[in-house]
Ligand binder design. Structure first.
Ligand SMILES: Cc1cc2nc3c(=O)[nH]c(=O)nc-3n(C[C@H](O)[C@H](O)[C@H](O)COP(=O)(O)OP(=O)(O)OC[C@H]3O[C@@H](n4cnc5c(N)ncnc54)[C@H](O)[C@@H]3O)c2cc1C
Ligand code: SF4
Length: 223
């Protein structure tokens, strides 16, 4: 049986509190939302954070609201099921509703959040395995080593980005509001060609996100 490593469990109730905990424990803490990806990864010892900051009690991070004007605002803690089943998303941003409905199985979609999906870590057959499985292999670039087992002699990691909702969010020109004081960046650029790359490159920088904004402008412009 795979067990969780020891960690300190922190439970902020506001975005500011969550941000200051992240700042205080920079590099050692991990955010947790639904936990569907983080907890199995911790059991596999892919990550062993000293602190786990639980976002689930943080006010205002759940739900789908009218963001004013032609915008729709989706809290990062909104579950994938809620995104999939939302009437307004089905009607105005059907690609996102469809993409959310394609993630894993209903149990994962009921727990897993949109924020957790966007911040999903990359995947690789040689990395996303148990500690026992990985032990005979030399540590790869992903963990600070010097080899890549997937592409021999490569000097860069080729793990792929697997989050199903992100291509839809990119196509819909979604913006992410990050609440982390350290990094406030627009994740998705208006240029579709570059934005797939931007998602991939910037994802590692994302320390904490609060809401996504979807604007009606994209659909209007392109109809
Ligand atoms: C069996 C199985 C099948 C799966 N299949 C799919 C699939 O088909 N498609 C797919 O896309 N995914 C899949 N997943 C991955 C995952 O379950 C989903 O992507 C889910 O949406 C993750 O959301 P979560 O809230 O559970 O994230 P968590 O596990 O809580 O967190 C995931 C990552 O996001 C970070 N994070 C969470 N919230 C925030 C935030 N607000 N700001 C910044 N960082 C944050 C965490 O620190 C962590 O690094 C699968 C997982 C399992 C276990
Ligand atoms: S460095 Fe290579 S082996 Fe390691 S996670 Fe990346 S692609 Fe996989």
């Amino acid at each position: 049986m795979l067990r969780l490593p020891k960690f300190q469990y922190l439970k902020p109730s506001t975005v500011d509190e969550a941000c200051s905990l992240l700042k205080k424990h920079t590099g050692k803490a991990k955010l947790i939302a639904g936990g569907t990806d983080l907890l199995p990864s911790m059991k596999q010892r892919l990550f062993t954070p000293e602190q786990v900051v639980d976002l689930r009690q943080v006010e205002g991070l759940r739900g789908i609201r009218n963001g004013g004007g032609k915008e729709l605002s989706i809290g990062s803690l909104t579950t994938l099921s809620a995104v999939e089943e939302s009437g307004v998303i089905q009607e105005k941003y059907s690609a996102l509703a469809e993409a959310a409905g394609l993630v894993a199985a209903p149990q994962i979609r009921n727990m897993g959040t949109l924020g957790g999906n966007i911040a999903l870590d990359t995947r690789c057959w040689y990395f996303n395995q148990s500690h026992f499985w990985r032990k005979p292999l030399e540590v790869c670039l992903q963990r600070g080593g010097e080899v890549c087992h997937a592409v021999k002699k490569s000097k860069q990691c080729h793990a792929y980005f697997a989050a199903d909702t992100v291509p839809a969010l990119v196509a819909l020109n979604a913006r992410i509001m990050s609440s982390a004081p350290i990094i406030i960046r627009q994740l998705i650029s208006p240029n579709w060609q570059n934005s797939a790359l931007a998602v991939f490159l910037l994802i590692g920088w994302l320390k904490g996100m609060s809401r996504l904004i979807l604007s009606g402008a994209w659909r209007k412009k392109n109809r």
